[in-house]
Design a protein around this ligand. Structure first.
Ligand SMILES: Nc1ncnc2c1ncn2[C@@H]1O[C@H](COP(=O)(O)OP(=O)(O)OP(=O)(O)O)[C@@H](O)[C@H]1O
Ligand SMILES: [Mg+2]
Length: 230
């Protein structure tokens, strides 16, 4: 792809956690490369390191050794400030617990990433973009509502709009349907798939839902610290 900018490179990514003087190996020299516009699913047993790997890809954490590169830029070599700036500009996150800010309206929640990314845009154009995104997840009429008035599925659709608000290179989703019933989960999943595909973005999703496997481009399994394609 000529304008492929969301390439993810994992180069011998290793993560140890230190606890009470002992080191536990969670990720063991993981190397992989993902192109653009791919829907990648990460499977594995509880405790296998899925969230750890997702957080490393998203720059929320750093590996013990090895390197994570996005679009050829090493997250690992950045200092904390540089990584935070990069994260705000280039990643969208969707979490199991929605993580909307309760004191902000739905619309303000979706506006936040663009404001944090320091986009040189007027408030009114950021607001318009947020409203367009809310329309795309079917929630424009709830723009001025506070998140606690929404159902779980609605909150997650707001979180999807928010994840796309800074026009990210990569969208990362950690069990986005984990708190939803099966039918609502399916809707949220389809929406996430459709919107990221439309925008040609990489979507990396951690899930236990076997249903996702059918619509993903790549299915990866974490086991004993290693990543297996399946
Ligand atoms: N901050 C931390 N300090 C110490 N150990 C940690 C820390 N974070 C995670 N771990 C350990 O690393 C391992 C992998 O955790 P991780 O959260 O990545 O698993 P997971 O595959 O996402 O599991 P789940 O499906 O239950 O969410 C677990 O054994 C966990 O206890
Ligand atoms: Mg997890």
């Amino acid at each position: 792809m000529g304008n492929c900018r969301g390439m993810i490179t994992l180069d011998r990514v290793t993560k140890y956690y230190e606890e009470a003087g002992t080191r536990r190996l969670v990720l063991d020299h993981i190397s992989a490369e993902f192109g653009c516009g791919e829907f990648i699913v990460l499977l594995g047993k509880s405790g296998s390191g899925k969230s750890t790997l997702l957080n490393l890809i998203g720059g929320l954490d750093t590996p013990t050794s090895g390197e994570v590169l996005i679009d050829g830029q090493s997250l690992t070599r950045m200092n904390d400030h540089q990584r935070t700036v990069f994260r705000r500009q280039h990643f969208g996150f969707v979490f199991q617990a929605f993580n909307l800010i309760p004191t902000l309206t739905v619309e303000e929640n979706v506006m936040l990433p663009a404001e944090l990314a320091g986009a040189r845009l007027s408030t009114s154009s950021i607001r318009q973009h947020a409203r367009d995104l809310l329309a795309s997840v079917g929630l424009l009429e709830r723009a001025n509502t506070f998140p606690d008035r929404l159902s779980g599925g609605e909150q997650q659709r707001v979180a999807i709009a928010r994840a796309l608000a800074n026009d990210p290179l990569v969208v990362l989703a950690d069990e986005p349907t984990g708190n939803l019933d099966a039918e609502t989960g399916k809707r949220v999943l389809d929406l996430l798939d459709q919107l990221t595909r439309q925008a040609g973005k990489n979507l990396v999703m951690v899930t236990h839902s076997e249903e996702v496997i059918g619509i993903a481009d790549r299915v990866l399994r974490l086991r004993d610290g290693r990543l297996a394609m399946s």
